[in-house]
Design a protein. Structure first.
Length: 750
């Protein structure tokens, strides 16, 4: 027998232990992640109760792959466009909550006498909440439709981006062992540069390629292509000096803008779950009970920061953003745990060998404790917010309500701010593209030509040809024309507007000179810039048309996925009064309102809610009639308050026991019986015996001696010793057999 690799044995041990512990967590209604960590503790080197892992390096490699898949999955759910839609409330809540928690965590490390890098990483670990745990807690408790849940989920999108930036900053600080502001600023600029480059190029090329290949793509090919792109970006990210996990996250966020993202998520889900399980089990393997006892103080203090201070900071952030007291408190108390990115930040410190050995186990211990407490914090938040509302002074409550109403008023940005924002975005994006073309040309194009006097001319010419469309956009692309008209009508802004336009031209000339400066002296660079301008001006219109095609393709790809959703959303604009809001529910096949006219469901009388939209596949019914019925998989949009929607959701998820009993009663099964001597069925054919009418069943098989007949003919005559096989409704067949025993008296039930 061949030798079995230790890695295969270890994998069997990991998955077996994970299966047992996660089933227990399901029974106890605890998060699955907790089960993985417990499994790692049981099979890790610090436990003697079970066999332990032997091939640690192999498991660590698998765990690293697990991190890549986890970040790829988070990227698929992230979407940069979603980031632009979360709104000021989520942004302010995230910045204040995470920023103050980071500061608090850092100071905890300083007070405990830790090194500066350990303190920084502790702050980074504590300031990022868990999307997975919060979403699961909301779903289990039926709070996903609540107003504060939408704010928290938007805030988690911001925290994901904060975590990405933190990974870059902490890596830079750790490697340089200093807190030089210029180095950190340079790292952030480098990150922004590559994010823009990867995002713009990815959106331009990937959706187009996927559309061309769409008719050839099945789930298997989509899985292979998406994973290939993921690992390609992982390599590019590592080559650029960033972590592999960051590359996976970026590729996921790029693919999130494609119309096939749901199919990719479905295809990748199983692989992501497998390697994610290996990652979390490997996290549990690092959990040393002795070290937990030794570092009980920092663990306890960190837990208190997450259970008290972060909810307080996030609540303050939500209040500053203009939310009512109850919504702010519920939002803050939901963010009282650490999760996926926290583990990755802790693993980053271990990989770079810049943090102490105790920090990772502390992060794991804090995660386990706060994962357990999260459902209770969320469940208690409603009562606690009501208690605070009764205790807060009346004057404070009035001022907070006035402030909340004032901040929710829509404020139109001035034309000057809008034009400045347009110029800033325009300049940054096209500068990144032009710089990338220049460096790619010098890196890959220049070596292709033999060294001769025309080499530099050819390389510069090709670089300029590729750069011309973006040089045009940088110099002359204009935003909405009404902005220019409005600003030009005010003499005070004419000078600054001319200065902005002139600065863009100067920047474009600078880039042209930059292209020449790589290959020519200053004098020839000046001549080259002059010649380029003279060549460019007559061709300006053609270049403009070519750029418009590029821009149209980019915008088409960028908005393709959301175009139908946007059109549908515009048709479904519903104004909800006061504290009511709109929530969507997907109707399950077991829902008690299936197949019942709306007026018969009595949901308005029972719960005070109204169904205003029904979506059935491609069909949308706005303000459905009272006789309209609900069918399985319909998506209904419902207006109500948080309390009303929560009661309605609980009602939807309640399984109709009558239907379940009917389903069990009407279940179909296979039964058999043997004909004995003197049985009245002997000598009759299947047709004349009327078995079908008597038991509502079908004779599907007959055994006679050693012969077996499948689906015997209706004229087949029964004989003594025949074994009859019937398929039908279980209850009816049981009644038939019982009656046959009493009347026929000569059958044997098998």
């Amino acid at each position: 027998m061949g030798h079995l690799s230790e890695l295969i044995i270890d994998l069997a041990l990991i998955l077996g232990s994970a299966a047992v512990t996660t089933i227990l967590c399901k029974i106890l209604k605890q998060p699955v992640v907790l089960g993985y960590i417990v499994a790692g503790l049981l099979v890790g080197p610090h436990s003697n109760f079970f066999p332990t892992i032997a091939e640690h390096e192999g498991i660590n490699t698998w765990a690293e792959i697990g991190v890549i898949f986890m970040l790829f999955g988070l990227g698929l759910e992230f979407s940069f466009k979603k980031l632009l839609k979360v709104g000021n409330v989520a942004l302010i809540t995230a910045l204040i909550g995470s920023g103050m928690t980071f500061f608090m965590g850092y100071n905890v490390g300083v007070i405990l006498g830790w090194e500066s890098t350990d303190s920084l990483f502790l702050g980074g670990i504590l300031c990022i909440s868990s999307t997975m745990i919060i979403f699961r807690a909301y779903s289990d408790s039926g709070l996903i439709s609540q107003k504060f849940a939408g704010i928290v989920l938007g805030e988690l999108v911001i925290e994901d981006l904060i975590a990405v930036v933190l990974m870059v900053i902490l890596s830079t600080v750790s490697i340089s062992r200093s807190f030089q502001g210029l180095e950190m600023l340079g790292s952030i600029v480098k990150l922004v540069f590559f994010l823009i480059l990867w995002f713009v190029s990815g959106i331009f090329f990937l959706p187009t390629i996927i559309k061309r290949l769409k008719k050839h793509l099945n789930e298997e090919l989509l899985l292979i292509i998406s994973l290939a792109l993921c690992f390609l970006m992982v390599i590019l990210s590592s080559q650029a000096g960033f972590s592999p996990a960051l590359g996976a996250f970026i590729m996921g966020s790029i693919l999130a803008e494609t119309p096939v993202v749901e199919k990719i998520e479905h295809a990748v889900l199983s692989v992501k779950n497998l390697f994610g399980a290996v990652f979390f089990v490997s996290v549990g393997m690092l959990l040393d009970p002795k070290m937990l006892i030794q570092y009980a103080l920092p663990i306890g203090v960190s837990v208190l920061v997450l259970l008290i201070w972060k909810p307080l900071f996030a609540t303050i952030g939500a209040l500053v953003a203009g939310q009512p007291i109850k919504v702010a408190v519920q939002s803050g108390m939901s963010l009282s745990q650490i999760g996926e990115f926290s583990f990755i930040i802790a693993a980053l410190g271990t990989t770079l060998k810049v943090t102490s050995d105790f920090l990772y186990p502390i992060a794991v211990a804090v995660s386990v404790i706060t994962t357990f407490t999260t459902p209770y914090m969320i469940g208690f938040s409603g009562k606690f917010s009501d208690w605070i509302s009764t205790k807060i002074p009346e004057k404070w409550a009035q001022k907070l309500n006035q402030y909340s109403l004032g901040t929710q008023q829509v404020k139109q940005a001035s034309d000057w701010k809008r034009i400045l924002r347009f110029y800033l975005i325009n300049t940054v994006i096209f500068s990144v593209i032009i710089i990338s073309i220049i460096f790619l040309s010098n890196r890959f194009l220049f070596p292709l030509f033999d060294e001769n006097r025309w080499q530099n001319v050819i390389v510069v010419g090709i670089t300029l040809i590729f750069s011309f469309p973006f040089l045009y956009a940088l110099s002359f692309r204009r935003g909405p024309s009404e902005l220019y008209v409005n600003i030009w009508s005010k003499p005070i802004y004419r000078g600054p507007l001319v200065a902005l336009m002139f600065s863009r031209l100067l920047l474009a000339l600078f880039f042209i000179g930059f292209i020449f400066s790589f290959h020519f002296s200053t004098f020839y660079t000046f001549l080259g810039v002059l010649a380029t301008v003279l060549i460019y001006l007559p061709q300006r219109y053609r270049i403009k048309l070519f750029y418009k095609k590029i821009e149209s393709r980019f915008l088409l790809n960028l908005n393709d996925r959301e175009r139908r959703e946007l059109e549908k959303a515009e048709e479904q604009q519903v104004l909800a009064p006061w504290d009511a809001h709109l929530a969507k529910f997907t109707i399950d096949s077991n829902s008690p309102i299936i197949g019942i006219p709306l007026h018969s469901t009595k949901i308005r009388e029972q719960f005070g809610v109204n169904i205003v939209i029904i979506e059935r596949g491609e069909k949308t019914m706005n303000i459905p009639s009272r006789n309209e019925m609900i069918f399985p998989n319909d998506v209904v949009s419902v207006i109500g308050t948080d309390e009303q929607l929560a009661q309605f959701e609980a009602y939807l998820n309640k399984i109709d026991e009558t239907k379940e009993r009917t389903k069990e009663t009407n279940s179909v099964g296979l039964h058999s019986f043997t004909l004995l001597d003197n049985c009245t069925l002997v000598g009759q054919s299947i047709r004349t015996s009327k078995i079908r009418e008597r038991c509502n069943g079908i004779v599907v098989g007959l055994e006679r001696d050693e012969n077996r007949i499948v689906n015997p003919e209706p004229e087949t005559v029964f004989q003594t010793g025949d074994i009859i096989w019937l398929v039908g409704i279980n209850k009816r067949i049981h009644i038939f057999l019982k009656e046959a025993l009493q009347t026929e008296g000569a059958i044997q039930i098998d």
